[in-house]
Design a protein around this ligand. Structure first.
Ligand code: NAD
Length: 476
């Protein structure tokens, strides 16, 4: 890890494991004081959080640089401003979101029961985050928990320790410590957190840990929201208008595959005229373990590197890399790379491509899905969308949408479905369950509690409920 420059970020400090039961107990107790249910209290907390993030922006930028070598631009666009946007949206709309639903379709006789659906916070909740977007992936669900009126503990990923410490300080300095806190640590601390009773667990991360969490949650029937990962196939056809998208210099039309690889190379040159390694915009792999995992994927593929492939373990650098593979059994297709490595698998018809994606889907997942199909001809399936530069228009998009399931889908672009901060973001099947962002973050931590009130005078009308039953009460 790089050494801190400003001295403004505390060294990573693991929460004492023996403190975890009392932290959980405090959050449960605070919840039952009912203070977090007060809407004005929630708004104050959200405003304080907003200004805490604003005040700590320099530290967040530095931490993101330390943890991931994220550029300040990236830090703002995909992390800080992203999170502030979610916070502002909650502040702006909370009073509307918390209102009871009264517009309920009931029979006239039941309308006298004043039926309504109250928006109740779940209670004390646990949020466990991951490292690749360590600000937004932790804070956006946390904002949802505050908005819903829950008390909450955040467990940021130990793989992004500098950001974890800045988030810890923001929460400590800005929010009511009896209701909101962080726990830092690794597997033992997370395991200790899972030993506690939570009213909801929100987890972002990989499938294997999600299974551990789900099993633990099942013991107490605790609901979970799981935001997982997996493959993100893109479909590109022969007639995709690849050159017009980015690279005029792609020149005359060739087959899609050649144009695609050409265009990726031209785009690489555009983005990084002196190479990605010296670009101030290009981030690094988070740690040596992830570096070694990615390197092993490349070492074991039977594919051919058609772009990049440069690596430097000391610098945790892997350049943008594209591998042309010839079989869906290749490790590059079967495993999520979760790094700057894309695989291209050529196909001859759309049905085969769809079937391949369906087969791959049973272990990995379809979190976002981009595609372009103009004709059912030659296709390229590229798993893992990340920062892939293209994808074009799509008259046959319904075929793919109807043939493959995915958490979300972007047509003609990559990942834009996640950028719209009022749309629900979440997986399906192996890519997760539940969703959040905008109002959906509030709803993720909210129980819809049905309430009716029986006026005393109605009891006579409800006589049919009471024994002894009378034949006359039954409608023939
Ligand atoms: P990670 O190592 O940061 O782990 C995630 C969290 O799980 C951490 O807080 C960690 O402390 C905790 N954890 C790890 N092992 C545990 C255990 N044995 N018991 C309990 N808790 C444990 O990150 P990761 O899991 O490698 O994350 C990468 C995955 O996350 C990828 O699959 C990626 O696709 C997915 N992801 C999904 C989203 C999304 O929004 N759906 C976003 C980013 C990443």
């Amino acid at each position: 890890k790089a050494v801190q420059q400003s001295g403004k970020i505390a060294p990573y400090e693991i929460t004492p494991i023996e403190a975890i039961p009392s932290i959980a107990a405090k959050l449960r107790d605070t919840f039952w004081t009912n203070k977090t249910k007060d809407v004005q209290y929630r708004l104050v907390q959200l405003r304080k959080l907003y200004w805490g993030i604003v005040d700590y922006t320099p530290q967040l930028r530095e931490a993101l640089m330390l943890d991931l070598k994220k550029s300040p631009h990236d830090a703002h666009v995909s992390e800080i401003d992203w999170t502030l946007g979610d916070c502002l949206n909650a502040i702006k709309n909370l009073e509307k979101w918390v209102k009871d639903d009264k517009d309920i379709d009931v029979a006239l006789s039941f309308s006298m029961l004043k039926p309504r659906i109250k928006k109740e916070p779940f209670g004390a909740v646990l949020i466990i985050g991951t490292y690749n977007f360590p600000v937004q992936l932790n804070m956006c669900p946390f904002i949802g928990a505050i908005a819903a009126g829950c008390t909450a503990v955040l467990k940021p990923s130990e793989s992004s320790p500098a950001t974890a410490m800045v988030l810890t300080e923001i929460i400590e300095k800005s929010l009511d410590p009896s209701a909101y806190t962080t726990v830092n640590g690794r597997v033992p601390e997370t395991t200790a957190l899972l030993e506690e009773k939570w009213e909801k667990i929100f987890y972002t991360g990989g499938v294997n840990v999600a299974k551990i969490i789900s099993k633990k949650a099942a013991e107490t029937l605790t609901p979970v929201c799981l935001e997982l990962g997996g493959k993100n196939p893109a479909f590109v056809t022969k007639n995709a208008d690849i050159p017009s998208l980015h690279a005029d210099s792609c020149g005359a039309r060739r087959s899609t595959l050649v144009s695609l690889i050409n265009m990726m190379n031209v785009t690489y040159e555009d983005f990084f005229p002196k190479g990605a390694k010296v670009s101030p915009d290009y981030a690094r792999v988070v740690n040596v373990q992830q570096f070694d995992r990615l390197k092993a994927m490349l070492d074991h593929t039977n594919g051919k590197i058609v772009l990049g492939g440069e690596m430097d373990r000391d610098d945790l650098y892997i350049g943008p890399t594209v591998v042309l593979v010839d079989s869906a059994d290749d490790r590059m297709i079967q495993e999520e790379s979760f790094g700057p490595i894309w695989a291209i698998l050529p196909y001859d018809d759309l049905d085969t491509a769809i079937n391949t994606v369906r087969k791959v889907d049973y272990t990995p997942l379809l979190d976002d899905l981009w595609f372009e199909i103009r004709k059912r001809e030659r296709l390229v399936v590229t798993p893992l969308a990340a920062a892939c530069p293209l994808i074009v228009s799509n008259p046959n998009r319904h075929t793919v949408l109807n043939s493959i399931t995915s958490g979300g889908a972007t047509i003609n672009d990559g990942f834009m479905h996640a950028a719209v901060n009022t749309l629900p973001f979440g997986g399906v099947g192996q890519s997760g369950t539940g969703s959040y962002r905008g109002k959906h973050s509030f709803e993720c931590f909210t129980h819809r509690r049905t309430v009716v009130e029986t006026p005393g005078w109605m009891d006579g009308l409800l006589r049919v409920r009471y024994m002894p039953f009378r034949a006359a009460d039954l409608k023939q």
